[in-house]
Design a protein around this ligand. Sequence first.
Ligand code: 13P
Length: 266
Amino acid sequence: MTRTLWVLGNWKQNHLPEAAAACARQIADDLPDALRGTSATVGDIRVGIAPPYLSLAATRPFVRPHAMLWLLAQDCGAQDAGAFTGEVGPNMIAAAGAEAAIIGHSERRALFGDTDRLVQAKLRAALAGGLTAVLCVGEALEVRQAGAHEAHVVAQLDAALAGLGPEAANARLVVAYEPVWAIGTGHTATPEQAAAMHRRIRAWLTERFGSAGTDRSILYGGSVKADNAQALVAAGDIDGFLVGGASLEPASFLAIVARAAAHVGT
Ligand code: 13P
């Protein structure tokens, strides 16, 4: 089967509403050019942006009319409402116009105390709230150096997806492998390193969810740029990208989209 390719821009804590809206507008305007000459259609590729919560509403008018463009939140609170100061839950994310949320990003895990248990709760809340969940997994450098990277990622999958059946995960779960040592460092995983981990994640998903697991897209993230995107997407079982720094400028983001789209039908 052909899985959907995703190219998602995680803007992290960047772009106030006005700048976010300008970027979103430019991405929407220039997307057709990025896809020109490729055979990619709406069913083949989804392009998404994840602005800060504050800027979701400002970007929505440019993103939502486009069938190929998605709007994502960068996180998702585990509850819909209540005495949870500072939290933004799935219903609020949906109300702001987003249809998906990134869950368990390594920056949330390392800097803001998101434990495996909390990641699981957030993921369940996002799915229950009708959002697509982009679950991030990935190992730190010392874990890879110790040769424990596959076991580490499998443990993250086990924890985040505990108790979920294929009906919960089907169609609305995307996994993003983001090795922590590759994020923001300029040290991309080699296509071989990324493909090996993606094969491991694929095996886990298929064992766990059967054909629904085989159909899930697995994205790579960590210093993705236009000049490494092509080799990564061609490496096998890499179904697109979660892009940080290079997604902040529409031109560099769309250059990655163009490289991924060029892979469609090859
Ligand atoms: P960079 O592309 O800046 O390495 O960030 C990757 C990332 O964390 C996306 O979620």
